[in-house]
Each structure stands twice: as C-alpha cells, then as structure tokens.
Ligand binder design. Structure first.
Ligand code: NAP
Length: 347
C-alpha cells in the first residue's frame, strides 16, 4: 500500500444553516421534560422553525412550558396535538417506552416525526415505526443529533476520502453519573431505562457510522438493582481484524471521548464526542504533525440540537421520508446491536 499523506488542512463542514431554502415548519412537542426545554431553546434561537404547540399529560405543565418558551398552544393531551391541522411535525421527547405508541399515532395523523433517541425500545419496534412511516409517506427520523453536527460532516468527508486509511478500531464511551433512584427513568425497566439505550447508543451509532453493522457483538457488564444495564463494555467484531470497543455506564461520569484509528491516521475527539466539540487528526508515526479542528460556529452544547431541526426541515423540503445521514435501516441496525448486548447482559 502506498502511504497516504494526511491532508495539510481539513475539509470545510457542510452545515445545516437556517434560512437556506428549507421550509419553516410548525412543530408540536410531546413530552415537555428536560431535553424538550433544551430543544425548544435551540430551535427558537437558531432555526427558522416554529414550535407551535406543546402537549403534556397535564395541561398545567404544558401551559408552563409554553409560557417559558413562547409557544402559542398548550395542550393537555397528545390526541389534541395530533388532531390539529396546523402541525407539520411532531417532536417526541418522552421516555423511550412511549416512543412507539406516540410515534405510531403521529404517523397515523399524517405528521412528520422527529423521535428522541432511541427511536424505540428495540429493533422490532423501530421497524414497526419505520414501516408505518414508509406506508404513510411521512418523514421519520431519530433525533440522533450527533449526525447533524459540523464535526460529523467533516468525519463523513474524511472517511469518504479514505484519509484515515483502512479503519482498524473505533473506541468510544459515554458515562454519566445518575444517582441510584428507583424512580428515575433510567433506573426503571418499564420506561426503557439502562445505560445502553440512553447513553450507549451514542458510541454504537458512531461505530455504525464508521464501520457499519458488526458481525458479532460481545457484551460484558452488570445490572442495577432494578434490573437495567448499569455499565457495559461492548466489543463489536467487524472481521478482518477490525473491532469497536464501546463503554457506557450510569454509575460514573467518564471522559466521553472517542477515537477512530486507521492505517494512515487517527482521529481523536476531545471531550464529549457526541456534542459540539473539537478533534485532532494525527498520522500513524510518533512524530507526525497534528491537525486540529474545533467547532467555531458559536453553537455550543445543546444549541447544537438546532442542527437536527434544520436538517429535518431541509429533508422535508427535498421530499425525503428519512434522513440520508442516518437511515431508518441503520437506526434499526443500531438497535439490533443494542438488543443483542442487552440480552447478553440480562443473561
Ligand atoms: N438528545 C439528547 O441529548 C437527549 C438528552 C436527554 C434525553 N434524551 C432523550 O429524550 C427523551 C426524554 O428524556 P428527558 O431526560 O428529557 O426525560 P424527562 O425530563 O423525564 O422528560 C420526559 C417527559 O415525557 C413526558 N412523559 C410522557 N409519558 C411519560 C411517562 N410514562 N413517564 C414519564 N414521563 C412521561 C413527561 O412530561 P408530561 O408528564 O408533562 O407529559 C416528561 O416530562 C428520552 O428518550 C431520552 O433518551 C435525549
């Protein structure tokens, strides 16, 4: 193999900038909890989209959320939101256990749907949603916002250009300390708790983006007292000496970094790899120069949620029914990897 020299500069990211021809859609939020608040702020501040209505199981909570975020309509049930003709797209930010029933109802009402990660509790349920959306001709997309960040665009270009050479390894971890509390949604099996579905899905989707679906999955880890996965290491075998090693936990905050290593170079994300961050690209030699990139769009932390909202609007404008950057089949495949790992951990 002729050695590939690392480029002297990095490609420019393709950005989902607002006001670049995408339709301005009217959104309805279902599940006005923590991430919904961050999403509403990001959309209000950094997109050409409008959050037009919010539905909660309690009209009181919906009204408070609507007042906080300048949303015109507060509704006390999902049905009321779905019955409105003036809603184009529904953002589902409930616990994962509710994604399937609410997603199916939104699709049946003819709405486009952005559903928080994980799209559903397992691959089977995600396929049910995908089939329903395809039959209805509406757009269905998992809110895997990492895929729409500027850094993801550069990574796609580097991979397409073969800059890292033959990829040999993906390593990534995502750990957050969630104090043990049987009432917290992440400790509750019936709400789809556990580290893998909530946090581990980020490392798994990164490995999938770089390497595709694995040939085999091996999971080693442990459960909480409530019976959900507390921590685990996944080794994904991709054949030909290629592995992904992925860690997730709700028992400690971890570095949350990721690296992608190939025969010609290594890309290392600094800090939390799944949110707007910086990375280094280094050659295989000990003294090779390092190229550095950092996100200078000004959209830090959860402002980065705005990219996925503009992306969705652009896809709708293009007449698409799924994201070309994170297809429904890939969403299902990622959940199949997690299903396999969770089954092994449950033993
Ligand atoms: N993209 C990200 O970075 C990110 C970050 C955190 C979470 N998430 C995802 O977003 C979703 C919500 O997470 P969150 O942390 O925002 O949760 P949260 O704060 O608990 O909010 C979820 C909301 O869903 C509603 N809900 C509907 N049915 C429910 C039920 N059976 N039990 C409990 N709540 C129910 C509740 O609002 P009402 O009671 O008012 O209806 C609740 O406020 C999860 O799927 C999670 O994986 C994504």
């Amino acid at each position: 193999l002729e050695p590939i020299m690392l480029p002297t500069r990095l490609p420019e990211p393709e950005l989902f900038l607002p006001g670049t021809g995408e339709p301005s859609l009217k959104w309805g939020i279902v599940g006005p909890g923590w991430i919904a608040g961050e999403f509403a702020k990001a959309v209000g501040d950094h997109t050409a989209q409008t959050i037009h209505a919010v539905a909660s199981r309690s009209l009181d909570r919906a009204s408070r959320f609507a007042a906080d975020h300048g949303i015109e309509h507060a509704l006390g049930s999902v049905d009321e939101l779905l019955a409105r003709a003036d809603i184009d797209v529904v953002y589902i930010s409930t616990p994962q256990s509710e994604h399937l029933p609410i997603g199916l109802a939104a699709i049946a009402a003819g709405k486009h749907v952005l559903v928080e990660k994980p799209m559903a509790l397992n691959a089977h349920d995600a396929r049910t949603l995908a089939d329903a959306a395809r039959a209805a001709g509406v757009l269905l997309m998992e809110a895997m916002w990492s895929r729409y960040l500027p850094q993801a665009s550069i990574l796609r270009t580097l991979l397409a250009d073969g800059v890292l050479g033959e990829i040999r390894s993906v390593m990534a971890d995502h750990g957050q300390l969630i104090a043990p509390d049987p009432q917290h949604r992440l400790y509750r099996p019936e709400l789809g708790g556990g580290a893998l579905l909530d946090l581990g899905i980020y490392p798994v989707q990164l490995a999938s983006m770089v390497l595709g679906a694995p040939a085999t999955v091996t999971a080693v880890g442990g459960l909480t007292e409530t019976g959900v996965d507390a921590y685990s290491t996944l080794v994904l075998e991709h054949g030909d000496g290629v592995q992904a090693t992925l860690f997730s936990t709700i028992t400690a905050r971890t570095p949350m970094t990721a690296s992608i290593s190939g025969s010609e170079g290594t890309l290392i994300f600094d800090g939390a790899f799944y949110i707007p961050t910086s990375f280094r690209l280094i050659g295989p030699g000990h003294f090779d120069p390092t190229l550095r990139w950092s996100d200078e769009t000004g959209l830090a932390l959860f402002d980065g949620l705005s990219w996925e909202a503009t992306a969705l609007a652009r896809f709708v404008g293009e007449g698409r029914t799924e994201s070309p950057l994170h297809t429904l089949d890939e969403t299902i495949s990622i959940l199949a990897t997690i299903d396999d790992a969770r089954a092994q951990l449950a033993g």
